[in-house]
Design a protein around this ligand. Structure first.
Ligand SMILES: Cc1ncc(COP(=O)(O)O)c(C=O)c1O
Length: 314
């Protein structure tokens, strides 16, 4: 029986906690360690795709995700008591221990240790480091476009709660936008920033295509420094597609020939309509399809960029 099967379907057998692989059931904390204590927590979301050979599980841009975890922790003034190579090894050890048959999503996260009764978690508070993992199904090969809507909720700004920090608390902002979008029958919101320029979705960066040029909000537009965004810009440039990073007006969204979200979880997600207006023909366009195919090839180990892949063998 595999570790996953023996653990039941809801969770894997093991979770990584503070240097050890521990059985899921014993990874507990006191009930009083949530609430204010968890507002400072930061995390990463990483995907490992099962290679076409069925043997290797390929972690995509593990090093870059972990580097962003340390960047988030630095800005939030939390200390990660492990170096980056130790966490790289920990992620691979965890995936090996859980024996996932297909793809795996990995969430390393850090949060202040113990019971903190202050409303404001002190800078430099000792932290726990946890790495969770679970299976996921990729939707890269079966994509209908999403119905998107510009949110009335503003994206948090670098001057208030930096979106560059991948903090759980930031998702409170995205959640408001998502609930509003769903209440009006849409799939996903697009948030504008405090300067009324396009920022991002609640879980992905955004890009539009107009006259063959891909345009995405700059990294100073109050967005997460997305790794899928960076991957997409690299792959598009390799295909000879011109790319621009700059401020984007809301009205530019209405003139786009194509539009898509980019994120580890959402992958390359085409946008079929925005505020009720069809994007182009309302189906994924040629640039979106080219990018999706290139991304699918790279994450499955078929299309080079080996420097982005960390193989975990069975
Ligand atoms: C708010 C937000 N923006 C953008 C992204 C995309 O980032 P990445 O491509 O690094 O996953 C995410 C991913 O979780 C996100 O939560």
């Amino acid at each position: 029986m595999t570790a996953l099967a023996s653990a039941g379907q809801d969770h894997p057998a093991m979770i990584w906690r503070n240097g050890d692989l521990v059985p899921w059931e014993s990874a507990t904390i006191h009930v009083n360690a949530v609430g204010h204590a968890s507002t400072a927590a930061v995390f990463e979301g990483i995907k490992a795709y099962r290679a076409d050979d069925g043997e290797r599980l390929l972690l995509f841009r593990l090093h870059d995700h972990l580097r962003r975890l340390y960047d988030s922790a630095r800005i939030a003034r939390l200390h990660i008591p492990y170096d980056l190579p130790a966490l790289e090894r920990a992620v691979s050890d965890l995936l090996r221990a859980n024996e996932f048959p297909g793809n795996a999503y990995v969430r390393p996260w850090i949060f202040p240790m113990g019971i903190i009764r202050e409303q404001m978690v002190p800078a430099g508070a000792p932290c726990e480091v946890v790495i969770d993992s679970w299976t996921f199904d990729s939707s890269l090969r079966e994509q209908a476009g999403a119905q998107a809507v510009v949110s009335s909720w503003q994206r948090i700004s670098d001057a208030a709660m930096p979106p560059r920090v991948k903090a759980f608390s930031n998702y409170h902002n995205g959640r408001f936008a998502l609930m509003e979008a769903r209440a009006s029958g849409h799939d996903w919101p697009v948030m504008l920033n405090s300067r009324h320029k396009v920022a991002e979705g609640p879980g992905a960066c955004i890009a539009l295509v107009r006259d063959g040029v891909v345009v995405t909000p700059s990294l100073t537009s109050d967005v997460l420094d997305g790794i899928t965004r960076d991957t997409s810009l690299t792959l598009l440039a390799e295909q000879g597609v011109p790319v621009e990073q700059r401020e984007v007006d809301r009205s530019e969204l209405y003139l786009a020939d194509e539009m898509f979200f980019m994120g580890t979880a959402w992958e390359i997600l085409p946008i079929a309509s925005i505020d009720g207006l069809p994007v182009g023909a309302g189906v994924p366009g040629p640039v979106t399809k080219t990018l999706t195919a290139a991304y699918d090839g790279v994450v499955h180990g078929r299309a080079g960029h080996e420097q982005w892949l960390t193989a975990v063998s069975r």
